[in-house]
Design a binder for this molecule. Structure first.
Ligand SMILES: *Cc1c(COP(=O)(O)O)cnc(C)c1O
Length: 219
């Protein structure tokens, strides 16, 4: 199937209120343009440099999502255009986002990345750290940062019950925080291997790459 057909098939599976972030990392701008031409505007990249290069070449109304691990020294480079930063894994990075967003005269939307997976390789804060960040006075005073939700990645495993439990843990935290902080409205969970489970468990933002573009070639 063509990438257009893959995209349209997945769009049909997803309820209206769920945002699909098409993950275009490693894929050329021509492939992104094809999905753009179908009316899609939300694209995700995991490397700042690659996102910058693509953003330069593609239409300016694309909403770029930074879904990868965010190093503090990379925040400046995307501060004047990135739509949503999914991977805030430490409170200290918010200070840098605040500074760079202020310079760019923007309010930057971010998600807190929570570590739900049972893997050392995955980034993120604990459930308790995420609660604490939102309850920190300094964070509340940041005029140019808006924490609008949570992001998580499940363990890479065939055990779908484990994946489901991890998503449930994130959804429970989301519900708890949303009740207290009205700006919390996005729950970014679910990728190619597990997006159906993520939807069943209450995700409202999916990040899907391979199911649309095919397998990535890192060479
Ligand atoms: C690459 C990536 C995705 C998309 O993965 P697929 O399996 O290709 O759908 C989603 N989220 C993050 C954080 C990623 O790095």
């Amino acid at each position: 199937m063509s990438i257009e057909e893959n995209y349209l098939r997945i769009k049909k599976e997803i309820p209206e209120n769920v945002t699909l972030v098409v993950v275009s990392k490693t894929h050329p701008v021509e492939a992104i343009q094809k999905i753009y031409d179908l009316g899609h505007r939300d694209f995700g990249e995991n490397k700042v440099q690659e996102m910058l290069e693509k953003a330069e070449l593609l239409p300016k109304d694309i909403r770029w999502h930074m879904i990868g691990h965010v190093q503090t020294n990379k925040i400046r480079q995307m501060a004047d255009f990135v739509h949503l930063i999914h991977g805030i894994d430490k409170a200290k990075r918010l200070k840098e986002v605040q500074k760079r967003a202020k310079n760019a005269d923007r309010v930057q939307d971010v998600l807190l990345q929570v570590k739900i997976a049972d893997e050392d390789t995955k980034f993120g804060m604990t459930l308790q750290e995420a609660r604490e960040v939102l309850n920190t006075e300094n964070v509340a005073k940041m005029q140019n940062v808006n924490i609008v939700g949570l992001m998580g990645m499940a363990t890479f495993t065939d055990d779908m019950e484990q994946v489901r439990e991890e998503f449930q843990a994130l959804k429970n935290l989301y519900d708890e925080l949303k009740a207290e902080f009205p700006q919390i409205q996005h729950l970014s969970m679910g990728m190619t291997a597990d997006y159906q489970i993520a939807l069943e468990e209450g995700s409202n933002m999916l990040r899907i790459g391979s199911a649309i573009f095919g397998a990535r070639d890192y060479n």
